[in-house]
Design a binder for this molecule. Structure first.
Ligand code: MN
Length: 229
């Protein structure tokens, strides 16, 4: 059985690690096991863990510290965690260099873009003319905006489908190595991947929260799991 590591979520104020059950369900429903990764950014330790796993999911959560893309933090930017950022950039470097199948969700996609040299809107409402709501209210399994598909997503899923949307940040300049797979009608990159890798793909939306409403989320997780040999 394939075993997938999930990066833990972190509550800065309470100094509390946590996981949302739906991330685990999303992996288990598609035929693999999920384990929650520890919170230690030591390179050797992370390398040993990655060697024992089949793939990694970078989960959603806190904003990436803007210092990682050489910007000062604006007021509308949310909280960051020094430890979580350090851990995830280290872990992503290991995954990228070892060509470990990697799925980034929301913050996970943003980390991917920043790791590869891109940057982010610190706050969409403040920094971009957006026409649609990207930070929806509950229920989070409601599909609120369309995305247009490109590349192999268009071949697999057709021209467009609806997704949920729970992000106040987004990719601004896309990293050179990332190829667009989806865009919203107001020009936000909603998915991208690195073609040279086995599977190195990020989604700006949340397949785990739309686990019962969005079949394409499951199909993407199946592709992720199928890329593991
Ligand atoms: Mn969106």
């Amino acid at each position: 059985m394939k075993i997938i590591g999930l990066t833990p979520l972190y509550d800065v104020g309470e100094n509390r690690l946590f996981m949302l059950r739906k991330y685990i369900n999303l992996i288990e429903q598609n035929g693999a096991y999920a384990v929650i990764l520890p919170f230690n950014s030591d390179r050797k330790f992370l390398e040993e863990i990655v060697d024992r796993l089949d793939g990694i999911v970078f989960t959603g959560g806190l904003d990436v510290a803007p210092s990682y893309y050489n910007e000062d933090k604006i007021e509308a930017c949310g909280k960051s965690s020094f430890v979580r950022d350090k851990l995830e950039f280290e872990l992503m470097d290991i995954c990228y260099k070892k060509d470990i199948p990697t799925l980034g969700i929301c913050r996970g996609f943003q980390i991917m873009n920043v790791y590869l040299g891109g940057n982010l809107y610190q706050d969409l409402k403040k920094q971009k003319d957006i026409e649609i709501i990207h930070s929806q209210e509950k229920p989070y399994n409601d599909l609120v905006h369309e995305v247009e598909n490109y590349g192999f997503f268009r071949e697999k899923f057709g021209e467009k489908f609806y997704v949920n949307s729970l992000h106040h940040q987004a990719v601004k300049e896309l990293a050179e190595n990332l190829v667009v797979l989806q865009k919203s009608s107001d020009g936000i990159v909603e998915a991208g991947y690195v073609p040279e890798k086995k599977f190195f793909l990020g989604l700006q939306w949340h397949p785990e929260m739309a686990i019962d409403t969005l079949e394409q989320g499951h199909e993407i997780v199946k592709m992720f799991l199928d890329s593991i040999n």
